[in-house]
Design a binder for this molecule. Sequence first.
Ligand SMILES: Nc1nc2c([nH]c(=O)n2[C@H]2C[C@H](O)[C@@H](COP(=O)(O)OP(=O)(O)OP(=O)(O)O)O2)c(=O)[nH]1
Length: 133
Amino acid sequence: MKKNIHVVGAVILDDNKILCAQRGPSKSLPYKWEFPGGKIEQGETPENALKREIEEEMHCYINVGAQVDHTVYEYDFGTVHLTTYFCHLLEGTPIRTEHHKLAWVSPEDLQILDWAPADIPAIEKLLNTSLFS
Ligand SMILES: Nc1nc2c([nH]c(=O)n2[C@H]2C[C@H](O)[C@@H](COP(=O)(O)OP(=O)(O)OP(=O)(O)O)O2)c(=O)[nH]1
């Protein structure tokens, strides 16, 4: 059986846009787009894992709201259990540290990006939700 990897992703909304992040060339899933976030550590709640990851990788603070989606996707390196949450910026501006690129993207442009396969159901949900009404 493949290794289970529990991952949280932040759908950060600001000014009618969503913050999207592109993985670097030397990572698994090279150049794929994802939601900023990462693996949940032992004993951590998903919300606290997400806040910690965003502080570590983008040097800003968020609050974590409702769940967007939960998907399970089997990659060759393991089975990713991805939970995404709506988030807002509380303090600071996201800084790119680990990612190849960061981009603020309008909901209608989300499907232009080459997403990590585990993210596709969340993208479809976001496209079918009126986010800013
Ligand atoms: N953060 C994040 N990870 C995602 C998403 N979709 C998706 O398949 N993943 C995968 C990529 C990684 O294998 C794993 C997240 O682990 P991580 O953020 O610690 O990734 P990493 O690149 O530092 O780790 P690794 O792949 O080098 O082991 O989940 C997503 O939307 N956000």
